[in-house]
Design a protein around this ligand. Structure first.
Ligand SMILES: Cc1cc2nc3c(=O)[nH]c(=O)nc-3n(C[C@H](O)[C@H](O)[C@H](O)COP(=O)(O)OP(=O)(O)OC[C@H]3O[C@@H](n4cnc5c(N)ncnc54)[C@H](O)[C@@H]3O)c2cc1C
Length: 518
């Protein structure tokens, strides 16, 4: 669940409508692992002065990521300029058993980069060099702080691009994409970040640098790279990323189709995928999301539509032409009453404008809103959307839907007005109940925004204790001291390497109810 306030270029002007921020000690427990002051002293000897932020006012700049609801001021920020600085920071933290949190651009929507009050925030956003673009083997080697879109811009002259395309791609970093295994509209066809990462240099939580993966397509042994992608900064800090580049398609065709209902649009989606066509993207917006987008960017979507689909096909001309005709026909057969085909790049951008503006646009029709991120099997789309509608009606809350229909990744926007007593809580309840619906239909509590601080409490709904313990064993193998982004992903922080009975008395963190023996 994400309470969002527009703050990035795509979202438009900043207007802080978020609920009152919380100093969230609950999700970043003060386990008192060591002395951050000793880390500060050591790093002030090892790093240039401009790499350290200790001033309280400047530290507050980093108190939250894109999830503004939770705020924690870090004890120390390291503005790393190169991999060696990251390693120095992690080594110092390891020696002092001080927690550290990696941060890229800070656009995460689940509080993954929420700092630790007694820890070090390691910011990678200054590491922005694209070291290599190699069309010969379709690879690029980039620093972790490189902005996603810059990889495509550097590759385009060679006829390639970087496929993972989160809506935040103008501002989010490749390191953040790796940590979150980020997706985007075109991941239906091309896969999430994990499909496009071949190798990562990682400063492990003990301060050693390891290289996981290779430039070659397959590496023997356990897939540790696959483990690290999507680990939300809990297994170390990525200092270099080798990515796969994808050939720019010969042609791209985009269709905007208006339907009377989300049922019809959902049926068209199922028909398209069921026919074996894999569009580059199928995005759906419901009536409320369309209303918001019209208010914000006048996107000219079909009047009276209860839902629209944006369907994009790319690839060889002959294949795209053939499949596009089928897609148009399937939309018509499933009740589409109006269709518009983009005639050129400008027209395509105009069609996408409504979809891309949707999150921010909701700010036009509601002072506050929660961005939820859940997944359901695509076949359950119609049923879940109905149940969500009923839930919203029962609770008197409006929910707008804009989502990746092709892979069932929902982004319900739960609208509320924080100034009305009780509405914030009501919206949070509805938002949580939507996740329950996703789970009841065999889905997931997150599609692409991660678990972070925000959804840790939902993990036991999806996983058994044994599942969580097994995940914890993996985490402990990388980070026995438990200093890498503690308090994230798991509902209760556990202490690696401890067994019941080994201690004569409870660990202080246990006594405080902040950790349990694992
Ligand atoms: C308007 C908007 C739209 C968005 N749309 C999408 C979308 O379509 N799809 C999507 O998937 N996400 C989306 N997001 C979420 C977010 O942009 C992504 O999760 C993105 O990948 C985060 O990148 P970042 O650099 O901002 O990471 P941060 O927010 O700085 O960090 C995110 C996580 O990664 C970890 N991390 C960061 N850098 C490193 C590193 N070098 N090594 C190890 N761990 C690291 C952090 O500790 C944290 O856990 C959106 C966000 C916004 C604000």
């Amino acid at each position: 669940m994400t309470t969002i306030t527009p703050q990035d270029p795509e979202l438009g002007p900043t207007t802080d409508n978020s609920p009152a921020p919380q100093e969230n000690s609950q999700v970043t427990p003060e386990v008192g692992l060591g002395s951050v002051e000793r880390v500060r002293q050591r790093l002030s000897r090892e790093l240039p002065p401009e790499a350290l932020i200790t001033d309280r006012t400047r530290l507050r700049t980093y108190e939250c990521d894109g999830l503004l609801h939770y705020r924690v001021t870090p004890a120390l920020v390291v503005l790393a300029h190169d991999a060696a600085m990251i390693q120095a920071a992690v080594r110092a933290c390891a020696d002092e058993r001080v927690p550290f949190v990696a941060r890229g651009s800070g656009t995460g929507l689940s509080g993954g980069a929420l700092p630790h009050a007694d820890g070090v925030l390691i910011v990678t956003s200054q590491l922005r060099t694209i070291h290599e673009v190699s069309p010969d083997d379709q690879r690029a080697v980039v620093d972790p702080g490189v902005i996603n879109l810059k990889v495509s811009e550097a590759s385009r002259p060679h006829g390639y691009y970087f496929a993972p395309d989160p809506s935040s791609q103008q501002i989010c970093s490749v390191g953040g994409n790796v940590a979150e295994n980020s997706g985007g509209a075109h991941c239906l066809k091309y896969g999430f970040t994990t499909t496009h990462v071949l190798s990562v240099d990682l400063v492990a939580p003990d301060g050693e640098t390891v290289t996981l993966g290779t430039r070659a397509p397959d590496a023997p042994g356990y897939d540790l790279l696959g483990t690290v992608v999507g680990s939300e900064g809990t297994l170390g800090v990525a200092t270099s990323v080798t990515v796969r580049l994808v050939r720019t398609p010969e042609t791209v065709k985009t269709l905007l189709a208006g339907f009377r209902s989300t049922d019809d649009a959902g049926a068209a989606t199922s028909a398209i995928i069921g026919a074996g066509i894999v569009p580059a993207a199928i995005e759906m917006m419901d009536a409320l999301a369309i209303e918001a987008a019209e208010a914000a960017v006048s996107c000219g979507y079909p009047a009276g539509a209860g839902a629209v689909l944006v369907v994009e096909l790319d690839g060889p001309v002959a294949e795209v032409d053939h499949e596009f005709a089928q897609v148009e026909r399937m939309c018509e057969e499933n009740g589409s009453f109006e269709r518009r085909v983009a005639v050129d790049d400008a027209d395509r951008a105009a069609i996408w404008r409504g979809r891309k503006s949707a999150f921010a646009a909701v700010g036009r029709i509601s002072p506050d809103y929660i961005v939820q991120d859940g997944v359901i099997p695509r076949t359950a789309l119609a049923e879940v959307l109905h149940q969500m509608g009923e839930l919203a009606r029962e609770r008197g809350v409006r929910v707008a839907n804009v989502f990746h229909a092709g892979d069932g990744n929902l982004h319900p926007l739960v609208l509320f007005d924080e100034s009305v007593p009780g509405q914030g809580e009501q919206a949070e309840e509805v938002s949580g109940a939507i996740l329950d619906l996703c789970l009841q239909h065999g889905g997931s509590i997150t599609g692409e925004h991660g678990v972070g601080s925000d959804k840790a409490k939902h993990m036991p709904k999806m996983f058994t204790e044994d599942d969580l313990d097994t995940m914890q064993l993996v985490r402990c193998a990388f980070d026995p001291a438990g200093i890498a982004n503690p308090g994230k992903i798991y509902p209760t922080p556990r202490l690696c390497g401890e067994r019941p009975g080994r201690r004569t008395e409870a660990h202080p963190a246990q006594q405080a109810g902040l950790a349990e023996v694992f």
